[in-house]
Each structure stands twice: as C-alpha cells, then as structure tokens.
Design a protein around this ligand. Sequence first.
Ligand code: ZN
Length: 560
Amino acid sequence: MKRCRTGRLACRLIFALFTTIAMAANADLAELRKMAARFAAAPLRVDTSGLSEGDRRALAKLIDAAHAIDDIFLTQLWSGNHALYERLKKDKTDLGRARLGYFWLNKGPWSALDGHTAFLPDVPARKPEGANFYPADMTKQEFEKWVNTLPGTQRTEAQGFFSVIHRRDGKLVAVPYSEEYRPELQRLASLLNEAATTTASASLKRYLTTRAAAFLSNDYYESDVAWMDLDSPLDITIGPYETYNDELFGYKAAFEAYITIRDDAETSKVRFFSERLQEIENNLPIRPEYRNPKIGALAPIRVVNEVIATGDAAHGVRTAAFNLPNDERVVREKGSKRVMLRNVQEAKFNSVLTPIAALVLPASDRKNLSFEWFFTHILAHELTHGIGPHQIRVAGRETTPRKELKELYSAIEEAKADITGLFMLQYMLDRKQLPQAGADAERRLYTSFLASAFRTLRFGLTESHAKGMALQFNYLADRGAFVTNTDGTFHVDFSKIKEAVRSLTADLLTLEAEGDYTRAKKMLDQFSVLRPNLKKALDRLQHLPVDINPDHVTTRQMRN
Ligand code: ZN
C-alpha cells in the first residue's frame, strides 16, 4: 500500500530482497564483491533530443545541482561521512576500490540490504537511528522532554521537516536547514535560478525560482505548490523530502534530486486508462450495490525517465516510483502527485526479472516476457487502488475496508490491486479498447505477471505485496490457471486464467465491500503460504541480483 499511496520507501521494496549476507564490520574483498553483486550494473539512458535548446541548457545546470545534493545528503546521513569518503578515494588497492564502490552505493559505511550494518572498520556498528539530524548522544526521551518545554512555533520547528537539532552549551537547539547548509544551499539556489532563466516552460520556471527561494528562506510551501502544478518536458524534483533516514522520529527530511524527462506516450496511456476507470467500476464482478456510482478523483500519475537521481534518491535499493509532497497542508489543498520512473523500472525488469524468468518459465514461454505489459500492469495496479469499495456500511455503521480488515488490509488491498488490474486490462482487451495490443497481448500480459510473481515473493511473506502475491498465486493455481511443470517451471493455462482472475477479483472485492475480517483471515491462512513448489522455485533464485546499480549514461555523455 505504501508503495502506491504514501510514499517512496515501499516503492523501493518492489524489487528489494532482504536476504542479508552474514558479514563482519570489516568485510574483506570477497565479501564486498558478493555484497555489491546483489546490485546489477544497469545503464540508464534517456532521449533528450526532444528538448528545446533552452531546456537543454537548463538540464546541464540541474545536473550540477543534483550533484550538489549528494554533498548535503552525505552530511545528513552521518557526521563522519565526508572525511571517510575522502579517505576511501585515496586508497587505490583492490580492497580500497571495492570499499569505495560499496560506500557510494550505500552513501555511507552501512549496508542497506543488511539492516544498515557496517561493512567498514572504525565506524559505528550500525547506522545511527537519528542519522546526523540529532546529536549522537541524544536520547529519544531527552528530545521529547525538551520539546514539551518549547512554545508552539518553536516546538513545530523542532519537530519539523527542515531543521537539525544541535547541542550547544549542553542544551538542545533547533537550527533551520537554511542556516545549517547555507553555503551548499546558496550554490543550489544559484544553479536553479540560472536554469530558470533558460527554460521556456512557465511552470518549470516557477518551480525552480520558488524552490531556490525556499532553500534560503526555509519555507517550502510555495515551491511544493509549484511542484504540483509543474507540467513541463523537464520534470524536476529537488529538495528535502522523505524522512525515512530519521529512524528516531521520522521528522527530518533528507535532500534528494530526481532530474527526469516526461514520458509523453506513457503519460497519455495513464490518461486513457483514467478516463475509463468509471466504466471498469460499473462492470466490476460484484453485486451492483457494492459498486461506486461516482469514483473520486485520483492523485495524478506522471510517467518520467530518469536522467539522474542523487542524495536520498540514490542509495541502497533504487526508487521506482514516489508520491509527494509530504507536507499535509499542501496535500489537503492541492492533493499529491505520483511519479513513476519508467526507465528505472525497465532496468530493474532487465536486470532482475529477466533472469528470474529464465529459471521459472519454460524456454518456449520466455519470448512472452514483456516489459511493456509488465509496466502497463503496474499502471493498472496503481489505478485500480482507486476503484472498488472504499466507503462501506457494516451492520449499519459507515466504515472503511481498512478499518474493518485491520492488519490484514494491506495484503488484501495489494492482491486486489494486482488482480483487479488484470481484470481491467482483460476487460479492455475483450472490447478491443487497447489500440497498441497485438494478437499475443494476453500471452504477454499473463506470462509477464506469472514471472513477476516470483520477484514479489522474494520479499518474504512478512511484506504486504508478497503476502498478497502468494494469495493470488495459490488461488490461481488451485483453479488450474497457473500450472507447475514437471521440471519445476510454471506456465499459464490460457483456457482457465480469465475465469480464475474474474473469480478472485469478485472474492476480494466482495470481502472488502462487506468488511469481512473472518473471511479475509481464512483466505490468507489458506492461500498466503509458500507451498513446496514455490519454495523450491524461490530457492533456485537466491543467487540472482536483487536490484540495480544505475549508470547514468546520459549524464556522463552530457558532461563530456
Ligand atoms: Zn499497490
């Protein structure tokens, strides 16, 4: 759920796998190479030929700005980061290079895939929970006690996104980012203002100038609003955003940058689907009174291709999609926007899913593995979160599926979005509503979905998407739609898949409409398990990469 609705961390989980490597704080060359091999080197390219001359010049400035963001992020993650980075760069031995490479992948001396534990000597054994947002010796209790003594506005600032906490003369004090990172932010503001003078796009100009002003004033409201209105070929997200690195309180925003180019073809595909969502809702395979005669407005989805991502957007498992802003005031007034990084998803597809498919699909089916259909299904998944029962009535009470299904809700809702996404695409294929679909569309859609099930199941059944996927897989298998071959690979039975998808869509939506906790529990207990055939298949995938280490080819070419 988080992946799609509340933010970016879980987006990273889409391709994450938490098989940790047992390691010492002082990993040797072989261990470091093994850890780094979990990230497959992946070139990221973007076609910039459609940009105007002015936007091209703006892009060069924005790439410089993105690199400046890395400097701030290194500081934010750990006070010792810059000194360590300089030291690592000087070590030209094989071990030194491996350490530098893995440091840069993680933007610090702790391995994100291994619970943020240290892989270098002479650093804290684990990433400090409060990163470098609070004094290293401050406890949670001390902060809370202090904050409760502060008057309203000071308290808001201390708990706010955009301040760090220092200890001065023994006392805690909040320092705004605009002071703390003054020189870096001044440089960033100039770069953004320079980019603003060369672009012809009014909405980009406005975002860049208001954001430059925010860097210096520490007031981000106006520029967050400008970001919501941003509609330009160059699509930029730059500044302090997510709070995941603050594991102490989740208050403090880390700096990141996504410099991207809008994907017009995919963005219009989203619009095409969005315009047909009410029709899908009206035809959902549930009792008519469970259908919503007027579905609400959805957060807009923008599909882009990444030229470069830096800072918090470029460590550990890479972001495939995000949902911003986080400022609740902006969200209340303007809503939020979902951004999907298409070329990042494609790189993950090539580096992670294709090798999985080679092990779980028979050779004759592999030609049906299709990024186009994989990505189209992700779009359908995101959109179908917005349809189906959301406001329900249980025993005369107005309530929601989330409230009634409690801790089971997110697994059920993720399974619902997957399966209803398939239902929606099948509905459109049956009515020839998808102009780009060829005769092999169904084969490609379902075969790609089957292979991607294994990618999701690798998260482990503690995670909502994986729980939801195990439920779907076993349900479809029991209906004869997913079949295990004698050699341990799998195939789709195309005479059974459509009816099975329809039936599971009906079951999950009805369960949500009725807020039926007991039946949700029964369904998850029965289906959300790793049966021996799945377990065996997953064991064979263990050595495969988990995520990508992007090489931003376009950026390098522009700098040469
Ligand atoms: Zn989802």
